[in-house]
Design a protein around this ligand. Structure first.
Ligand code: G6P
Length: 607
């Protein structure tokens, strides 16, 4: 959600900024702009895709200068337009600002500035920063930025250029991502690593309200009292190809195909001779035995992974688990007790609501274990313990390998806690660990369904509604499959616990309505088959997902997709694969922009 790139160095800034922004497209945006300091500061903005901005810059004969800031905007305050696009500039043109986040007290600040004679041209909260900075400017960028921070409330990552300072610009972040890239040839700010990975693998990770002074030959980081902060350099060990399509039409397909590798990377280092070793977890066996309740908190697909977690942790470790949406948890005054643990799940580690929920749990004094994909992200840094999902960079807005690796960690935690608490015997644990280890290979086998899922998807590309039903863990997966389909294909879809259908939703079933029935829980299989019969009797067209060997469902369903046999608890990792392919091919058949669905952002950094 919004992307920021900034550069100061030996090279021309504009191409670096536009290229960098193109690597942040996945975050979601509807307009873009740059401000480049040459003889003066030139600002160019355009509604729509980056290509429009690029075109404008080219038509101007390029924008010259070796320092600049750039932005992709995902509209919050004011519709997408050239006027509302960033950078925003103070009335006199002195200050230009790019911003990710929300300034909560902007109305009050705006009216104060209007009284001083400032005239606003956009509907955004960000313009307030530019005008406020200008009104407080005393010739020193750091001093002024500190005073600005003292007056604004909300979340922000900011890059600020001043027309009186050709050799430096400043940046800061609070609750919105921003990192600093450093190299011999110049220095960078960016919302995420892929934006500048082509130029450097060395970064500084910023904490809230650390002020960065960016110069051609160096970067200084200061606290709010202007004391210099010495930071370790964080070195990225993956290269740009990990964040490129590599021959696939869309990142989503590449990431679907990367799941076996990502799962191996997440699971294997945590297994030692069949024993689960969660080495980054600083819990003693005593700590694990004393856990009273687990609160899993997340958004979107990460929340769905948490629901799988509830089923398996309660089943294997016999610890009560509550799963909350972060946006609800943070405001509902949750009851957290001393021996409770909060598990935060987030691919990006930057989701605003999830981060706020983490802080609420922390405020109440309970221990935070986070499951995060992005190393050094805000959530990872604010947690007591972190277990990383080693999925690698995920670019498509709709998560696939991120979700799968989160689910794998749910399994590892459930097994580990179950064993330590004496709920799972060594023999059973060995059997379950072997099942878990078989998941990547079974996913490879499922890829053979690619052609079949494409054919089915093309047949259902014009569906109006799709219902996805399941029981137990199959229901948890149904939630994820339904989200995948609706977010990228724009077909209305709902997931239902199959037993709940008769309490309302079955009235929506008409002749030909597509119902996907996930029937991979051996213990609940017969009940699910009965539910399939009920919807069939009302005209539904049923696509079932079942385990190899469970053949009687073929007599009732119109189509059956078989997954390899596996313990009931691990079906979540397999069921989702054909449905990711199905959603992908439906979206392609409908001509949708698979990687960048309308209105969505990969990293939701505002609440
Ligand atoms: C967005 C993404 C989803 C993701 C959710 C939570 O909605 O499109 O794929 O599940 O945010 O993101 P997180 O980074 O916290 O896992």
């Amino acid at each position: 959600m919004c992307g920021i790139v900034g550069y100061i160095g030996k090279a021309q800034a504009a191409p670096i900024l536009i290229k960098g922004l193109s690597k942040l497209e996945y975050r979601g945006y509807d307009s873009a702009g740059i401000a480049v300091f040459g003889d003066q500061v030139q600002v160019v903005k355009a509604k729509g895709r980056l290509a429009e901005l690029d075109e404008k810059v080219k038509n101007m004969g390029g924008v010259k200068g070796c320092m600049g800031i750039g932005h992709t905007r995902w509209a919050t305050h004011g519709a997408p337009s050239d006027k509302n696009a960033h950078p925003h500039t103070s009335m006199n043109g002195r200050i230009s600002v790019v911003h990710n986040g929300i300034i909560e007290n902007y109305i009050q600040l705006k009216s104060e500035l209007e009284k001083q004679g400032y005239v606003f041209v956009s509907e955004t909260d960000t313009e307030v920063i530019a005008q406020l900075f200008d009104s407080l400017y005393n010739g020193d960028l750091v001093d002024t930025l500190i005073r600005v921070i003292g007056k604004v409330r909300g979340s922000y990552a900011l890059g600020i250029v001043c027309s009186e300072k050709p050799d430096e610009f400043v940046a800061v972040r609070k609750d919105s991502p921003l990192l600093v890239g450093i190299s011999e040839d110049g220095n960078y700010i960016a919302s995420d690593i892929p934006a500048v990975l082509e130029y450097t693998k060395d970064y500084y990770l910023l904490n809230d309200n650390e002020i960065v002074v960016m110069k051609k030959d160096g970067v200084t980081i200061l606290d709010l009292d202007k004391n210099e902060i010495k930071k370790d350099i964080y070195h990225v060990d993956w290269d740009i190809s990990a964040a490129e399509k590599g021959g696939y039409d869309y990142f989503m397909m590449k990431e679907i195909m990367e799941q076996p590798k990502a799962l191996k990377a997440t699971i294997s280092p945590r297994l030692d001779n069949g024993q689960i070793v969660l080495d980054q977890l600083k819990y003693t066996d005593e700590d694990i035995k004393n856990i009273n309740r687990i609160h899993i908190v997340a958004c979107g697909s990460a929340w769905h992974a948490g629901i799988v977690g509830k089923y398996v942790i309660e089943d294997l470790a016999r610890i009560p688990v509550e799963v909350d949406l972060a946006s609800e948890f943070r405001y509902r005054n949750p009851i957290l007790n001393k021996n409770d643990v909060c598990i935060i799940i987030s691919q990006s580690g930057e989701t605003a609501d999830t981060l706020a929920a983490l802080r609420e749990a922390k405020r109440q004094g309970i221990r935070i274990l986070s499951i995060v994909n992005v190393v050094g992200s805000s959530i990872a840094r604010d947690s007591d313990d972190v277990l990383y999902t080693w999925a690698g960079p995920e670019i498509a807005v709709a998560t696939t390998k991120g979700y799968s690796t989160q689910v794998a960690l749910m399994y590892l935690i459930a097994l580990k806690f179950g064993q330590v608490r004496g709920c799972v015997s060594a023999e059973e644990a060995a059997k379950l660990v072997a099942e878990l280890e078989s998941v990547p290979e079974k996913i490879e086998q499922l890829f053979a369904l690619d052609g079949k899922m494409k054919e089915l998807a093309e047949g259902h590309a014009n569906a109006k509604d799709v219902f996805i039903i399941g029981r137990g863990i199959d229901y948890a997966v149904a939630l994820e499959c339904s989200l995948k389909l609706k977010e990228i294909s724009y077909i209305h879809s709902e997931a239902y616990a199959a037993g709940e259908l008769k309490h309302g939703t079955i009235s929506l079933i008409e002749e030909g309505t597509l119902v996907v029935a996930i029937a991979t829980q051996d213990t609940l299989y017969e009940k699910l088959v009965s539910n399939v019969k009920e919807v069939k009797a009302r005209g539904a067209n049923v696509l079932a997902i079942a385990k190899e060997g469970n053949t009687e469902i073929a007599e009732v369903a119109d189509e059956v997709i078989y997954i390899p046999a596996i313990d009931d608890r691990f079906t979540a990792s397999l069921d989702v694969i054909p449905m990711q392919l199905f959603a992908y091919y439906v979206a392609v058949a409908r001509g949708c922009d698979v990687d960048k669905p309308r209105n969505l952002a990969k990293s939701v950094t505002v609440e």
